[in-house]
Design a protein around this ligand. Sequence first.
Ligand SMILES: *[C@@H]1O[C@H](CO)[C@@H](O)[C@H](O)[C@H]1NC(C)=O
Ligand SMILES: *[C@@H]1O[C@H](CO)[C@@H](O)[C@H](O)[C@H]1NC(C)=O
Ligand SMILES: *[C@@H]1O[C@H](CO)[C@@H](O)[C@H](O)[C@H]1NC(C)=O
Ligand SMILES: *[C@@H]1O[C@H](CO)[C@@H](O)[C@H](O)[C@H]1NC(C)=O
Ligand SMILES: *[C@@H]1O[C@H](CO)[C@@H](O)[C@H](O)[C@H]1NC(C)=O
Ligand SMILES: *[C@@H]1O[C@H](CO)[C@@H](O)[C@H](O)[C@H]1NC(C)=O
Ligand SMILES: *[C@@H]1O[C@H](CO)[C@@H](O)[C@H](O)[C@H]1NC(C)=O
Ligand SMILES: *[C@@H]1O[C@H](CO)[C@@H](O)[C@H](O)[C@H]1NC(C)=O
Ligand SMILES: *[C@@H]1O[C@H](CO)[C@@H](O)[C@H](O)[C@H]1NC(C)=O
Ligand SMILES: *[C@@H]1O[C@H](CO)[C@@H](O)[C@H](O)[C@H]1NC(C)=O
Ligand SMILES: *[C@@H]1O[C@H](CO)[C@@H](O)[C@H](O)[C@H]1NC(C)=O
Ligand SMILES: *[C@@H]1O[C@H](CO)[C@@H](O)[C@H](O)[C@H]1NC(C)=O
Length: 486
Amino acid sequence: MALVYRRFWQIVCVSCTTLLLVLVNADDIFHEWQVNIDTTIKPISVDQPVITINGMFPGPLINATTNDVIHVNVFNNMGEPLLITWNGIQQRLNSWQDGVSGTNCPIQPGLNWTYVFTVKDQIGTFSYFPSINFQKAGGAFGPIRVNNRVVIPIPFPKPRGEFDLLVGDWYNESFKDIRSSLRKSHFDLLPKSMLLNGRSRYPQSNWTIVVVEDETYLIRISNVGTQWSINFRIQNHQMLLVETEGSYTSQIMLDSIDIHVGQSYSVLITTNQPEADYYIVASPKMVNTSESSSLVGVGVLHYEESTTPVQGPLPVGPDPFDVNFSVNQAKSIRWNLTAGAARPNPQGTFNVSNVTLSQTFILQGSLAEINREVRYTVNNVSYHVPNTALKLADYYQNGTGTYQLDAYPANSSYPIATYGTFVVSGTHNGWLEIVFKNNLKDIDTWHLDGFGFYVVGIRHSSAGTKANTGAAKAVSGNNHLDKQVN
Ligand SMILES: *[C@@H]1O[C@H](CO)[C@@H](O)[C@H](O)[C@H]1NC(C)=O
Ligand SMILES: *[C@@H]1O[C@H](CO)[C@@H](O)[C@H](O)[C@H]1NC(C)=O
Ligand SMILES: *[C@@H]1O[C@H](CO)[C@@H](O)[C@H](O)[C@H]1NC(C)=O
Ligand SMILES: *[C@@H]1O[C@H](CO)[C@@H](O)[C@H](O)[C@H]1NC(C)=O
Ligand SMILES: *[C@@H]1O[C@H](CO)[C@@H](O)[C@H](O)[C@H]1NC(C)=O
Ligand SMILES: *[C@@H]1O[C@H](CO)[C@@H](O)[C@H](O)[C@H]1NC(C)=O
Ligand SMILES: *[C@@H]1O[C@H](CO)[C@@H](O)[C@H](O)[C@H]1NC(C)=O
Ligand SMILES: *[C@@H]1O[C@H](CO)[C@@H](O)[C@H](O)[C@H]1NC(C)=O
Ligand SMILES: *[C@@H]1O[C@H](CO)[C@@H](O)[C@H](O)[C@H]1NC(C)=O
Ligand SMILES: *[C@@H]1O[C@H](CO)[C@@H](O)[C@H](O)[C@H]1NC(C)=O
Ligand SMILES: *[C@@H]1O[C@H](CO)[C@@H](O)[C@H](O)[C@H]1NC(C)=O
Ligand SMILES: *[C@@H]1O[C@H](CO)[C@@H](O)[C@H](O)[C@H]1NC(C)=O
């Protein structure tokens, strides 16, 4: 194989040297992050600890181009272990860089560790966030852009500007208090507000996008919250959806878009309205916001020459309890297979409608009582975080003493709710069908880590409020599924 490749490269060298130069052109990007707890930021004018990166909340932008190598040297000054995940960055070859429990050890307090990963064959809008111990409810999240290489045209006119927007639910309490409450089964602790880029609602605080008239802008939106799906919309402006989860989409015009926890979307807006200010709104799904306005995130789209403040009521979105809206919108989003772009999956595997399945997993998300504690479970098993990372246990001990492979049913519920380190074996090079079933009364979001994932079907059972949306997405890295209380 090596010989074949070498010969190929020689041919490239002889016939077109410039192409070769372009091919190997990837940059190294270096970040040095000091992660601290700050008690002065007060996003909602309540005293609470906020996790900052280099003093920033949200954290700094990672602005990369396809194939760049990113080095992030993280100094953990926050007094407890920290693990940061690069959500959606494909890490098929080095899953120990992906920052999730199991394959990557947390950075111990007072120490630093350098994540090194390549945004290989990728484009798109992503985000990073802490993946353990409910730290995400305290901050340390931020935006990631992976731009097309200059030789690959983007499938829309170059926008005048780009904005990163991190939307997320936020609690009045300290993230430390929330996680100890969760350990005591207090699931009634709910977010009290919605932040846009770390800012509370207009006019208490103002997150503002400044634009000029008759231009087009790209807004890169990620839901970095812990619990709520959101509906996002801009007064008097439609959005043209162009990209999600690392793939350009068939472009569709939307009045509002549902963004579930962990998801990212890129939309274009055209500033074709009269010079004025307009509301930007992010409202939670499955939540009745009529009693508390702080539950709805509000920012401002400000036309540069505008002297007219925002006016009128907030733009109205779909009924937040209409799960059908979410499901139908998700179904309407399609990849644009003819758009030129780096893709995380090899040529020829786009069409997954006729592959031979090697395994089926049916994973049910529920609440169950174990030793008088209420816990989120998968197939009636609540994940017990082992002291040894799964990958280390696998490598050095073949799992012994850390987990038992295939000890729990991968296709049905365990008859007695239990704690366990639920690890299943997958078939190497096989096609795995994973069915997510939501037995909860909320919209449930799963973090799928490893390989490439394709949504092949979504169904909403009309009974009750159950949503079998299984918000699966093409994220990557660790070849494992984790379901935690986060
Ligand atoms: C949460 O904090 C806000 C201030 O941002 C305050 O108005 C509200 O009353 C608080 N809610 C609760 C339940 O403590
Ligand atoms: C991001 O990187 C691209 C490509 O190098 C560059 O054109 C752009 O100005 C950068 N944007 C920011 C906000 O740094
Ligand atoms: C910790 O930071 C120092 C100084 O930047 C660096 O030389 C060292 O490689 C880092 N250690 C790790 C494990 O990343
Ligand atoms: C937000 O903007 C409004 C109108 O421009 C202004 O009245 C208000 O003082 C601003 N609030 C903050 C916290 O800057
Ligand atoms: C898909 O991308 C191609 C290439 O950029 C573009 O011409 C076409 O309009 C796109 N199709 C849709 C439906 O967005
Ligand atoms: C939302 O709450 C308001 C006030 O409590 C109530 O009148 C309304 O019926 C509720 N709406 C829904 C959909 O539950
Ligand atoms: C949900 O939407 C589908 C497709 O539009 C429709 O057939 C179905 O009746 C709707 N269900 C409910 C409960 O509204
Ligand atoms: C995918 O393959 C199936 C059957 O093999 C075929 O019916 C379908 O048209 C293909 N879809 C695309 C987008 O090529
Ligand atoms: C699906 O794949 C099988 C075996 O790979 C092949 O025999 C069959 O013709 C394919 N069907 C379609 C509709 O492409
Ligand atoms: C799970 O159930 C499906 C049918 O529902 C079956 O095809 C599959 O083989 C089962 N998988 C396992 C691992 O038992
Ligand atoms: C490791 O564990 C697997 C599954 O439990 C077993 O099949 C295999 O024989 C074990 N290998 C060794 C070297 O013990
Ligand atoms: C989970 O276990 C409990 C007993 O601990 C049992 O009552 C319940 O039926 C199980 N749930 C499912 C979905 O099997």
